[in-house]
Each structure stands twice: as structure tokens, then as C-alpha cells.
Design a protein around this ligand. Structure first.
Ligand SMILES: [Zn+2]
Ligand SMILES: [Zn+2]
Length: 250
């Protein structure tokens, strides 16, 4: 079975002239889900003939605006055109109540529980469907201010790490030399810019078969990509810099 990862939005905190905010669509082992829901995620799915209510789940890496600002419209589309009961996993339990109130204020009715299930990710979170599992790995992107997670996605035939946003020096990189290998690592490329001299050192010995950079920071996008390409040219595995619309097959 073909596994496809589609980068819908690949920007960092601000959208750029070529990149929307962060959202990535996974179609893996017959299961479909999003990691993050930056705007305009609903429109980007619909343009690809993917109904939001056909998703099995949405996993949020953390609650920063650029990862969640498309969620209200996604919720609306799922309720209006119901299909599956979509599970949305928030990185913070405290975000669920206000999000429901905001939606109720817009639509004048409470959550339709037959359409959506809202829950929070925990440190030992494990979501399973058929042969697929999605496991959370806590990261330090938010410091003391909140929670953030990477996700390890596994099937019988492949293993993918999606880092989400990390700390500025990647000390919390959710994979280490000597770990079991991952077929694909989707790695954010914004916060390391201030420590870019250690980027290659951090990534050089990781057990990664292919690296895709997404969540591209302002210093490496829109005509400034060559700096990131040159910087990572010595890595011992293939490297792709994702753009909005990039598809990777595994
Ligand atoms: Zn971000
Ligand atoms: Zn962030």
C-alpha cells in the first residue's frame, strides 16, 4: 500500500509569499490524519478533494498560533459535512474548553459529538488504528510555558518521525544516534537558525534514511533556500526542503 505525506503548509510563525502556516497530511497504511492545522488547512484539503471529515485524526504538536489557526474552520467543515468521527488531539488540555466555547459562539450549538472527539495528548500518548500507531514524544519547544510534542508514526513497513517545533539548539531532538532507524524524519527548520553552526553536528549521526525540512524559517525561504541546502549538503542521507504541495511517498 502506498504511503503519502503531503506538506500543505510549510511556513514558520508567519505565512510567507510562498508558504502557508504548518499543516501536514499523512495517508499511511489506509489511515489519514493531519499533524498540525495551520491556516488555510481546510481550503488546502478541499482543493485536493479531501473532505475534512474523511480524516481519522488531527494531532497538534503544540498550541502556537501557526499550528492551530486553521482548526476552527476545520471543525466547521467536519460538522457541516459529516463523515468519520474525527479525533482532534490538543497539546494542552486547557485549550479544549475555550476552543469549544469559541465554536459555540460562532455556530450557536454545542459540539456535535457524533462528528468530533476532542482530547488532549499526554506524555505517554499512543493512538492506534489497524497496523498504524502514533506515539507522542515530549519536546522542550515551549520551555516552562507549556507542552509540545514530536510524533513517532509506525506501521509494519515504515517508521516516520515528525519533530514539531523544537528548542533553539535542538537539545530536545527526539531521536539520538544508536536509536532504531527511521525511514523519514520531518524536521522543523526555524528555531535552529540562531545556532545554525551546530545544525549539521546535531543531525550528522542520526539514524535517518531521509530528512525533510519543513516549518521553514524566514532566513531560509523565498529565494534564501541555498543557505540551508549548502549547510546540510554534508549530511549522509538525502535531504529535501519541503514546499507547500510537496508530496513524499514511502
Ligand atoms: Zn511554529
Ligand atoms: Zn512554536
Amino acid at each position: 500500500m502506498k504511503n503519502t505525506i503531503t506538506f500543505l503548509g510549510t511556513s514558520h510563525g508567519d505565512p510567507s509569499v510562498t508558504r502557508f502556516c504548518s499543516s501536514t497530511h499523512y495517508a499511511i497504511a489506509g489511515t489519514t490524519f493531519l499533524i498540525d492545522a495551520g491556516e488555510p488547512v481546510s481550503a488546502l484539503l478541499i482543493r485536493r478533494h479531501i473532505l475534512p471529515s474523511s480524516l481519522d485524526a488531527v494531532f497538534l504538536t503544540h498550541m502556537h498560533l501557526d499550528h492551530v489557526n486553521g482548526l476552527a474552520h476545520l471543525y466547521y467543515e467536519i460538522e457541516k459535512y459529516p463523515g468519520k468521527r474525527v479525533e482532534i488531539f490538543f497539546a494542552e488540555e486547557k485549550a479544549i474548553g475555550p476552543f469549544m466555547q469559541w465554536n459555540e459562539a460562532m455556530h450557536n450549538h454545542p459540539l456535535k459529538e457524533e462528528c468530533l472527539r476532542l482530547a488532549a495528548v499526554t506524555e505517554n500518548f499512543l493512538w492506534q488504528k489497524n497496523t498504524l500507531s502514533v506515539r507522542s514524544i515530549p519536546t522542550d519547544h515551549m520551555g516552562e510555558k507549556g507542552k509540545s510534542f514530536a510524533y513517532m508514526i509506525e506501521t509494519t513497513s515504515c517508521k516516520i518521525l515528525h519533530t514539531g517545533d523544537l528548542s533553539g539548539n535542538f537539545h530536545d531532538f527526539p531521536l539520538a544516534p544508536g536509536d532504531p532507524p527511521v525511514d523519514l524524519c520531518v524536521c522543523e527548520a526555524t528555531h535552529i537558525w540562531h545556532h545554525k553552526e551546530i545544525l549539521v553536528e546535531r543531525l550528522m549521526h542520526l539514524p535517518v534514511r531521509k530528512m525533510v525540512f519543513n516549518h521553514i524559517g524566514p532566513h531560509w525561504t523565498d529565494g534564501k533556500e541555498d543557505d540551508l541546502k549548502e549547510l546540510t549538503a554534508s549530511l549522509p542521507y538525502p535531504v529535501v526542503i519541503a514546499h507547500d504541495g510537496t508530496e513524499i511517498e514511502l
